[in-house]
Design a protein around this ligand. Structure first.
Ligand code: NAP
Length: 387
């Protein structure tokens, strides 16, 4: 495993970090974590060299922090750099910052956090919490020994990122990055800016929520013709080639994914991309761009919908149809397998979900496109699966 120095922490951090927003769940209910399997995943990751764990107040309806706390008993806490995030959208007054921090320390059964992050900042949220004294709170929390490093996670345009970066002596920053999102949000420009300011970067959504792990056949062939490595390895290689990226946070939902990602990370080295590799990635980006994809990463921040529309699943069906050419399969699932209230057509355009979307998707409009593409009167037979 490649380890990298992370600010002034004693322990170097593993380049593969464990994101805890994608735990296995029971009955498809995102709030019901399969605790036993998840604890097994966390401890296996730690036993095999991963030492950076990232959670947050809202993940899995507040249960991610509780499960991580349980997994880190029996001596595991001391082995890891533990990061969690302040739910800034719930903060109404200065004291709320510390109220949530204290609640999180309790939930995670720890005395301190190695890394404490202001969660999912954008311009509006930044202006609000800056005025409420967020930066003073971070200084005080450090002085009290409740947190070691202070950072922010980010979802907005580069100019906002630059403003936030310049407002405080940040110890780290978390941005969304993968090879097809180089120009989205903070993007590569933001990475270079962090490098100039020597702010360590943790990357979220390295596989674009899983999309890059399962490319369609033409893209898979393009990648494998050049190097016989998996699509996940391509993604991790591309990211780890930037030394300012200290941790690639991967949300792994099965033990098999963890084992694969550990194996890949064990083989990662700094300076591992050739000019030819970059050319292949550029071609693959063009191939993805030629498809009509809704930019959803299944982060679930938009959920629950007040009338029950399963927003991420509708977008997944649309993307599957567009990326894999499997229109019949998506239409079958849309028309017959998901409940009527979960379907895109049930959207009442209340727009409550839209400000919550880190990708700034115009959700109600995109749901109309889902309905238009997938609604059909066709009679399906049970063997109508395309892949
Ligand atoms: N601060 C924020 O605003 C914010 C936002 C988003 C994420 N995060 C953090 O960043 C972490 C990482 O983001 P992410 O979960 O979106 O990461 P990601 O790596 O882009 O996506 C995770 C998904 O990729 C798929 N995957 C992972 N390894 C795989 C493998 N070996 N083979 C096939 N599929 C594989 C799985 O999808 P399937 O489950 O479909 O198989 C998994 O759920 C999160 O868990 C969370 O801790 C923070």
């Amino acid at each position: 495993m490649l380890y990298r120095k992370f600010n002034n922490l004693d322990k170097d951090v593993s380049v593969l970090g464990l994101g805890t927003m994608r735990f296995p769940v029971i009955n498809n209910d995102q709030n019901k974590i399969d605790e036993q399997k998840s604890i097994e995943i966390i401890r296996y990751a730690i036993d095999h060299g991963t030492n950076y764990i990232d959670t947050a107040y809202p993940y899995h309806g507040g249960n991610s922090e509780l499960v991580v706390g349980k997994a880190l008993l029996d001596g595991y806490r001391e082995k890891v750099t533990l990061a969690t995030k302040n739910p800034v959208w719930l903060v109404r007054k200065y004291d709320d910052f510390e109220k949530y921090l204290d609640e999180q320390l309790q939930k995670l059964q720890t005395e301190y956090f190695d890394v404490y992050i202001l969660h999912a900042l954008n311009k509006k949220m930044w202006d609000k919490i800056k005025n409420l004294g967020a930066l003073k709170f971070l200084d005080e929390a450090k002085a009290k020994g409740k947190i070691k490093l202070a950072g922010f996670s980010f979802h907005d345009e580069f100019e906002v990122y630059e403003e936030i970066m310049d407002s405080y002596n940040w110890d780290m920053c978390m941005i969304q990055l993968n090879y097809i999102d180089q120009d989205e949000q903070a993007g590569l420009k933001g990475l270079r800016y962090a490098e100039e300011k020597e702010v360590p970067i943790v990357v979220m959504e390295p596989l674009k929520g899983g999309l890059l792990a399962n490319p369609p056949e033409d893209i898979l062939l393009k990648l494998q013709k050049s190097r016989e490595i998996s699509p996940v390895e391509w993604s991790f290689k591309w990211l780890s080639n930037y030394p300012i990226i200290k941790v690639i946070l991967s949300g792994m939902s099965t033990m098999e994914q963890l084992v694969e990602n550990l194996e890949i990370s064990n083989g990662l080295e700094a300076d591992n991309m050739t000019e030819e590799d970059y050319k292949v990635i550029d071609e693959v980006i063009d191939m993805y761009n030629s498809r009509d994809i809704i930019d959803c990463t299944n982060c679930q921040y938009c959920m629950p919908c007040p009338v029950g529309v399963n927003i991420p699943f509708n977008f997944k069906l649309f993307n599957d149809a567009s990326i894999y050419g499997s229109l019949k399969n998506s239409a079958y699932q849309y028309n017959l397998l998901i409940k009527p209230e979960e379907q895109a057509s049930n959207c009442i355009e209340c727009h409550q979900c839209e400000p919550k979307c880190p990708q700034k998707i115009n959700i109600s409009q995109e749901l109309k496109r889902v309905e238009k593409l997938l609604r059909t009167d066709e009679e399906f037979e049970s063997n109508h699966w395309v892949y």
